[in-house]
Design a protein around this ligand. Structure first.
Ligand SMILES: Cc1ncc(COP(=O)(O)O)c(C=O)c1O
Length: 364
């Protein structure tokens, strides 16, 4: 019997899991807030994806394709990857979970960086492994700190590139330097959820092609505007993908999810237009905030991290934004209490953000 009630104690690590905190989506007193809290595509998904989801609803009595054949083929064709080396998950979160389940357990270490994405710790604890966090340098992954943090017990090293919530980015050379130091009994996972926003970046695909112990994860939740549909994927050595597939529920992606993702990836005009607008708007917002004396690291993603003098100022800015119907993300759980992460919105949203920040600076 458990000390908590008349049921057994959970396995080690589970009670240490702090629940994932998503971005706020509603604001009292504001019917249509500007939601810039979850790095979603402000234009939503491609209209073709919506239409495909609606059409697929007619087939909801049928089980979906357990092998995700068409979706893997479409991903492979777009990125020049072997579909047999791709696994699809319920968001890239599920692929992160598969990796932890397959490769880490009690006594093993799962390494990530100081401001790293929350799911790395959560999934490590889920499987009874020990989460290990190493420092970043100026809100950027510090390769030397990661290398120094690897021990004979390390089984997984998670690097988000671009990183969330900082938006900062490691070059191919830096990723390669890290990959060179990863021991054979350890996996380096390049979480490339925001890869599409970086011009000329393959998300770590070439490293994962060349090396058996490098895996790349990707998502349809960000650029493709399908966060609510839950589709992500991973790419790695064929044998490794076969290992992960053993852990995958046969029907993890619904008929609607498969149809939506297939249509979204086919509409590259929509996707590339979103990238173009995001990147131009991100630069404008970054410059505008810096002109107001706010620190902003160079971001390669679809959000920026604004850093204030202290936590109280960040809290006051957050409250001021809310009073204007703008929801951003306070990354306190990411150890950046003096920051606010702002997703790049539609151009008019960003005008509101800058106006609010100007007013905040003026009224403070
Ligand atoms: C760095 C990073 N990785 C993975 C994810 C998970 O995305 P999803 O499970 O929606 O694919 C996110 C979402 O916020 C993220 O920021």
């Amino acid at each position: 019997m458990s000390a908590r009630g008349t049921y057994p104690d959970p396995k080690a690590g589970i009670m240490q899991i702090a629940l994932y905190q998503g971005g706020l989506s509603a604001l009292q007193g504001h019917q249509n807030p500007i939601k810039l809290s979850s790095n979603e595509n402000p234009f939503g998904p491609s209209p073709k994806a919506r239409a495909a989801i609606e059409a697929a609803a007619a087939d909801m009595h049928r089980y979906p394709d357990t092998g995700h054949t068409a979706l893997r083929a479409a991903i492979g064709a777009l990125h020049g990857l072997d579909p047999d080396r791709i696994i699809c998950g319920v968001g890239s979160d599920e692929v992160i979970q598969f990796l932890c389940h397959a490769f880490a357990g009690q006594g093993d270490e799962v390494l990530f960086t100081e401001h790293g994405f929350a799911m790395y710790r959560i999934c490590a604890l889920m499987v009874g492994a020990t989460p290990v966090e190493v420092p970043e340098a100026d809100f950027r992954v510090d390769i030397d700190a990661v290398i120094a943090g690897i021990t004979p017990r390390t089984r997984l090293v998670f690097i988000a590139n671009p990183a969330n919530p900082t938006g900062t980015f490691l070059s191919h050379e830096e990723l390669t330097r890290l990959a060179d130091t990863i021991p054979p009994n350890c996996l380096m996972v390049i979480d490339a959820a925001y890869a599409e926003f970086v011009d000329g970046y393959d998300g770590g695909a070439s490293l994962a092609t060349e090396r058996d112990n490098v895996v790349m994860t990707r998502t349809f939740s960000k650029l493709y505007g399908l966060g609510g549909l839950r589709v992500g994927w991973g790419y790695g050595a064929k044998g490794l993908i076969e290992i992960l597939t053993r852990l995958r529920q046969p029907f993890n992606l619904s008929t609607l999810a498969l149809a939506g993702a297939e249509a979204a990836i086919a509409d590259q005009d929509f996707a590339q237009n979103s990238v173009r607008i995001n990147n131009a708007e991100r630069d404008t917002l970054t410059r505008g905030l810096r002109d107001l004396g706010i620190k902003v690291s160079d971001s390669e993603a679809n959000f920026i991290l604004a850093r204030f003098e202290d936590e109280a100022t960040a809290d006051a800015a957050d409250a001021f934004f809310k009073s204007r119907g703008i929801i951003v993300r306070a990354p306190k759980s990411y150890k950046i209490p003096h920051g606010l992460r702002i997703t790049i919105g539609q151009p008019e949203d960003n005008v509101h953000v800058l106006a609010a920040m100007r007013a905040f600076r003026g009224t403070k």
